[in-house]
Design a protein around this ligand. Sequence first.
Ligand SMILES: NC(=O)c1ccc[n+]([C@@H]2O[C@H](COP(=O)([O-])OP(=O)(O)OC[C@H]3O[C@@H](n4cnc5c(N)ncnc54)[C@H](OP(=O)(O)O)[C@@H]3O)[C@@H](O)[C@H]2O)c1
Length: 265
Amino acid sequence: MDNLLKSIFSSEEEELYVLDCLAYFMMFMALATFFTLLFENVPYGRYASSKYGFPVNVKLAWFIQELPAFCIPLGLVFWTSSAKSSQLANQLLLAMYFCHYVQRALIYPFLIRGGKSTPFASFALAFLFCLYNGYMQTRYLSHYADYPPDWVTHPCFITGSLLWLLGWITNVHSDHVLRNLRKPGETGYKIPRGGLFEYISGANFFGEIVEWAGFALAGFSIHSAAFALFTFVVLSSRAVSHHKWYLTKFEDYPKSRKALVPFVF
Ligand SMILES: NC(=O)c1ccc[n+]([C@@H]2O[C@H](COP(=O)([O-])OP(=O)(O)OC[C@H]3O[C@@H](n4cnc5c(N)ncnc54)[C@H](OP(=O)(O)O)[C@@H]3O)[C@@H](O)[C@H]2O)c1
């Protein structure tokens, strides 16, 4: 894999420049996505529509689309010189990333119950995003990110890591709550109960937003910040849409429940 990277980039300076450009471009895409999502829902799940292409089986779609976020990083960390992956801070940040994507790519898809098929365009865009972001996060962390020796005891790293952990647990637990609303074979929707769903409609999204915001704080780079921003834009919009959808669908939907931030919004 080193040879492949050497054939693409003439120097390490050039690759680092490209990684920085990718991060700034992701921030720009987050902004563009924000404005698009003011008029349109992200078209999958309950908002899936045939105008975004033929339907792809939901388990297959989630497995294939998330796979590059796991496989490309695996190759970059284990089959390239990955000069910084012996540093503790880099190792811990890579562990956070892999912990999420082992669950998301290799476990989550096979647990889905009765999920709607994913339109091809949504599937293809998710696949490209995972490829792009997987390379950007893990190449930067494994080969370029240079932290001070005591970074792991810095308040930013400690606070960020704790937020990452709390967010990840909230996300996995909330997805588990949603999954268990359906008995095997069911495809309809019910009011989620328990955990953070008592306070917000988008508990799984809130968890994931906190998770990557924590990762960005601990990693302190434009690359991790761009991912956190993109996640925030997509998932906050989805939480608001789901909240409005629940209010119109269920007359007995809890009135005190907020969309994304407990007691606030
Ligand atoms: N980092 C990112 O940018 C990003 C982007 C997208 C998603 N994600 C993560 O991926 C995971 C899944 O996202 P998602 O958008 O698919 O979440 P979602 O819309 O909440 O749906 C999750 C699963 O639960 C089912 N479900 C949702 N609400 C339900 C209800 N009230 N009753 C019964 N079943 C219900 C859905 O079925 P249906 O398919 O039938 O609706 C789907 O299988 C989340 O953890 C999210 O944070 C991350």
